[in-house]
Design a protein around this ligand. Sequence first.
Ligand code: ADP
Ligand code: MG
Length: 428
Amino acid sequence: MANPFEKINQEQTPAMDDLSVLSSSYVPENFPHREQQIDSMVKSLSSIMRHGRASNLLLYGKSGTGKTSISRYVTQLLQEAGKGSIKVVYINCQITDSTYSILVYLVNSLSERDEERIPPMGWTLDRVYSELITRIGQMKKYIVVVLDEIDKLIEKNGGDSLYVILKASDDGKEANLSIIGITNYTSFADNLDARVRSRLNQESIIFQPYNATQLRDILKDRMGGIVSHTVVEDSALNLCAAIGAREHGDARKAIDLLRISMEIAIREGKSRVGEAEVYKARDKFETDVIKESIMALPLHSKIILLSVVLSQKFANRPAYTGEVYENYKRICEEISVQNLGFRRISEILSDLDDIGLIVSVTKSMGRGGRTRFIRVPDHIDSIEQHILEDEQLSTFKGVKLTKQEKLSGLEDESHQDIDDIFNSQRSD
Ligand SMILES: Nc1ncnc2c1ncn2[C@@H]1O[C@H](COP(=O)(O)OP(=O)(O)O)[C@@H](O)[C@H]1O
Ligand SMILES: [Mg+2]
């Protein structure tokens, strides 16, 4: 018989494949609303070709504002124009995250042959450093090092790590080296030692967040590369742009939403993407992020979060810290795990708040007391489900929960009032 799967191939693959221009690894050739930033980068880097030297550059901007892809795009053009006289090395400091590993990575990127590569560990830092200086000398090429997420390097290794790398640009004899640092944190340079700051931040370029209109242009431009049978309605495109704009002007979010909406439409056999698909995509997106962040939590954080979920559901209002603590202990007992102390639990609750899985509000009560209310803001059922997917919780069958009926100073307030306090304080 004719292969029935082939039919699916023919039906779906063309449309699915085309969506690759909306994938995160795709570097477009057009960057609407970034002409100015590209221009500044080009001006600054052109001096390599004119004068054999460029200033170090620092690119700032929130995530999804185009820093990484535009750096890759511009440095690629530079390397091509240099016709073999310029070498670009891109390093993501979140992945290659120590001074040592960066120096080794640099040495190996400057190795022309495999046998020149050095081992990933075992050498002293000094030896790797002097090897780097030798290689820079032998290269006879201008080297541009892109340090993406450079703040992660400082966070983990302090400012000295950067100093060592900056120093390499002076110690190299013949060839030269300059650095393009990229960061999401505008205040990043403030925390640096003055000598490092002035060296790194010779020129800086800001990538402002995109507004909804700009994001719409970007989406339209990226869509231009798709030959698709799926029609995206204007209202759907606008909604993706609006959501991306609300999310600190994030093009990544807007593009991801559009891609997921189209995938949903294709999977459901629809030929149009409307607002409904975008809302579905947003839900999927949020729950995926939630799932990932829960999976990454240590056991006790999961148990504490589970306690918040169960306490909140049981009381049908935000939970009090006391309830969360009490129910946490009961869950630990149920699954035979030693519970942590109150102080540690408070710290974990603050961490969960930082991640955004819970929201907590502290209210001053009469007579000088203060009480913390805790709430899971969204997706409470899927959060519970993801926590219970942990094998260590597989024996959990449920516990008898406790609920505080009254709290001194709060006797006259109904539960609805607690919700109101919450909402008013949250929106501050
Ligand atoms: N002006 C733009 N035009 C087209 N695509 C863009 C533009 N700005 C950002 N993008 C896309 O948005 C996504 C996120 O950009 P990225 O460069 O990774 O941001 P950042 O490094 O600032 O977090 C990438 O897919 C990128 O190609
Ligand atoms: Mg980036």
